[in-house]
Design a protein around this ligand. Structure first.
Ligand code: CMC
Length: 430
């Protein structure tokens, strides 16, 4: 990587200077490597929430939050959304290039070969109450995979890593659909490999052994689109969790389970579920001003779910794509006059006009719309974040593989600013 500029850091008290050669990537702001800071000057850096910290070097995904740009391996998300498919995007993220026709067929075949799950794994579901949150089941079941697939847990073997990645991408829909079936008390449906990735998931969720089920092509395309949009997003909380877990040498299945746990939170992947619940709570267009006022009130913890983003301080490019798809899906599959959709549009409009949201650059994000599409597809609210996890698995495995292959890879070990009591002695009473 080219090094052009040097920043100089001076500590006037210790009378020491440190020259920091600036590093530039192919896109985005330059970075200042501060790895020597403690050794040379005796300081740690302090950046809670990683607002200015690049935690790694990566060639997978690029985001320009100011311009509203998202690139997977250099390709703009809008172009991928228009021309690609989720499995092709998963290949792109993993291997760095779009597949040839032959590579695409081979990859699809490989994924198809891994869609089944071990029969013993199915018994895990019986241990959960029918009303268990599906994300809780996902964390447990995915975490247990290393107990079944020993032949792909040697992280130092590139073939093992690749097989583990294929397994994760292939099995996530099967595991997720089984969560849903458990919650509704229906038998688990096996994958049907002549169906596409998204269609197979719909088949496993909504078909029953006693009836013929035909996947609606509009539903299939909408789900595939959402999966593409959610496939990766640079060093977000769950991806960073996967990387941090992986940096200790943990097996890939355990790492992905940790990513699922991090994704669950309402500030991250749980936002799509929270956004829909919020719309249901608002209930009517006439209540929009009241909820906008609540979101602005600093004494009220209420926030507009599905609004704002840590990185995008312009419109979320995924939200632009999905907003159009949302209209199409609701027109074809849902009730075009769905009050929730009308309410969502009214809320979006009100927030976009409001000084508070304009000043803070708070725009609707991808999760504001994905929940509405899921609802139109008949997917229950508590499965929304599971859908996100299926899609993000492509990014997690790509980022994990990149990290393990990095020659300078070492365990992630942040430091801290200690603010507890200084050293003190245990009170000994005579
Ligand atoms: N509603 C009302 N006010 C908000 C919101 C919101 N959704 N988001 C941020 N703000 C305000 C916040 O109160 C603060 O105001 P002030 O400057 O007066 O103190 C200002 O905007 C900056 O907010 P922040 O919390 O410092 O921003 P952040 O970068 O730490 O948080 C966020 C980003 C996504 C966690 C936050 O915007 C949020 O909680 N949004 C709702 C949850 C959501 O939709 N999350 C999904 C993110 S997209 C999916 C994904 O990639 O995971």
């Amino acid at each position: 990587m080219e090094q052009k500029r040097v920043l100089t850091l001076t500590d006037p008290v210790a009378n020491k200077t440190l020259a920091l050669p600036v590093m530039t990537g192919t896109e985005g702001p330059a970075v200042v490597p501060i790895g020597n800071l403690y050794r040379e000057l005796g300081y740690f850096t302090f950046d809670p929430g990683f607002l200015s910290t690049a935690s790694c070097r990566s060639a997978v995904t690029f985001i320009d939050g100011e311009q509203g740009v998202l690139l997977y391996r250099g390709y703009p998300i809008e172009q991928l959304a228009q021309h690609s498919t989720f499995l092709e995007v998963a290949y792109l993220l993993m291997y760095g290039e779009l597949p040839s026709a032959r590579q695409r067929d081979d990859f699809t075949h490989t994924i198809d070969c891994h869609t089944m799950i071990n029969e013993s794994l199915k018994r895990f579901y019986d241990g959960f109450y029918h009303d268990a949150h599906p994300m809780a089941i996902m964390v447990g079941v995915v975490g247990s995979l290393s107990a079944f697939y020993h032949d792909s847990t040697d992280i130092h073997d590139p073939h093992h890593r690749e097989v583990a990645a294929h397994r994760m991408i292939a099995k996530m829909p099967t595991i997720a659909a089984a969560c849903y079936k458990h919650s509704v008390g229906e038998p688990v449906v096996y994958p049907k490999n002549d169906l596409g990735y998204a269609a197979n998931l719909l088949h496993m969720m909504f078909s029953v052994p006693s009836e013929e089920y035909v996947v609606d092509p509009v539903a299939e395309r909408a789900l595939d689109l959402i999966f593409m949009l959610h496939a990766d997003h640079e060093q977000n909380a769950s991806t960073s969790t996967v990387r941090l877990a992986g940096s200790s040498g943990a097996n890939p299945f355990a790492c992905i389970a940790s990513g699922i746990a991090a994704l669950w939170g309402p500030a991250h992947g749980g936002a799509n579920e929270a956004a829909l619940k919020m719309l249901e709570e608002i209930g009517d267009v006439k209540n929009v001003p009241k909820y906008i006022a609540r979101a602005k009130d600093k004494d009220d913890p209420f926030r507009l779910m599905g609004f704002g983003h840590r990185v995008y301080k312009n419109y979320d490019p995924r939200a632009k794509v999905i907003r159009a798809a949302c209209h199409e899906v609701l027109a074809k599959l849902g009730d075009p006059d769905d009050p929730l959709f009308e309410l969502a549009m009214a809320l979006e409009e009100a927030a976009l006009k409001d000084e508070y949201f304009i000043e803070r650059k708070l725009y609707p994000n991808v999760d504001f719309y994905s929940g509405l599409i899921y609802k139109a597809l008949g997917i229950p609210t508590n499965m929304f974040t599971v859908m996100f996890a299926i899609a993000r698995t492509a990014g997690w495995v790509a980022q994990w593989m990149e990290m393990i292959a990095e020659p300078q890879q070492r365990i992630g070990r942040p430091r801290q600013l200690y603010v507890g009591p200084p050293r003190r002695d245990y009170p000994v009473t005579d």
